[in-house]
Design a protein around this ligand. Sequence first.
Ligand code: F3S
Length: 407
Amino acid sequence: MKLTDEEKRMLNGEFDEGVRYSMDILVQLGDLYGAEDFVDIQSVHGAMSYPNFWASVELVESFSNRGAKFRVPTTLNTAAWPSNFNRWPDELPESWEHMERCQRMINAVRKMGAHLTCSCTPYFQGNLPRFRECVAWTESSAISFANSVLGARANRITDGIDKAAGVAGKMPRFGLMLDENRKGNALVHVEFKPKNLSDYGTLGWIVGKHLGNQIPVIEGLPESTTTNDFKVFGGAGASSGGMPLYHVVGMTPEAPTREYALGGKKPLYELRIDEKEVEKARALISSAKTDKFEAVLLGCPHPTIAEVKNLADILAGRRVKPGIKFWIFISADVLALAREFGYAQVIEASGAELVQQTCILFFDISKWGWKTIMTDSAKYANLLTSEPTWLEAIFVDTLTCIARATV
Ligand code: F3S
């Protein structure tokens, strides 16, 4: 890679040991991907608080023990520890070791200067890159949102690279950071009118399933489509396929027209999604062979305050049926607002729980005795029915989840 004088000094250890260690990792990454140079990044969104293995803890501490500090604003993806649950292990039968590992990771990144947002929607917590800004983010749904809705530039990176990028303030320039790799190569015609977030999730799931890592150019979404609909669409597509970047003609920044989004080329793939296709997909995502379920899981990706108000309005005066866990995953800032506005109290009065800063995926729920979950999230339904949890999922819209789980 071609390094500037400053980058050479960073790599030679003339800054500090944390910077040298990080640059060493990033140069190897750049060589691997054939990057020619580095680009300055404006923020990091890191996978820094889910210790599925001891190696994750040791990796974070390998930075903090070198005195490494983040040089750019760094937010955290969801943590493997719900910070507002004081019922360990009665309500969450995880081992204390799990919590200790998570706490060690959080302590390490706190020392390095991270913002402990612990949410998969960093763009709602102040980490909001502008058009063409380069960032180093983890969390597939957030990367899809940054690239597609904001027009920022982010590759799908992983644990370790996020920390090195944050400490160096740089990333090797490759993949979606280059203009030539951002053009669409597949055309998607939506001939179905999505009515709710679950419909957007189903659409995203179909696109991801059929097109994997291709870059779809999508036509036919209604004018009423919101950024929050894109959040759900991108999250589902990133989990069923890859979909780090999609363009929606007339709506997302790199798609003023179909021709522009495709870079003047013919699409390699073409996909039509009509009502029949959506029905088929719903049946596939909803894998359960039973009507019985042990838990309702909402809040994937983490909800906005408007979604929380909607939940409070529907749950008002209702009670969760005995024996059912009803959990809504939520970021700390949205929960604080929801409490301030009284929505949280209404939700909790129904017996539903607002579980702060985490995600069900970080828990070993295969040991909890659950067989079937109900969710309005195509992403949850997709991921929880595969390794390592192998649950069955009932995938329905939010209203139906609440109607079936409460009286
Ligand atoms: Fe967020 Fe977990 Fe869903 S990290 S996007 S709530 S799978």
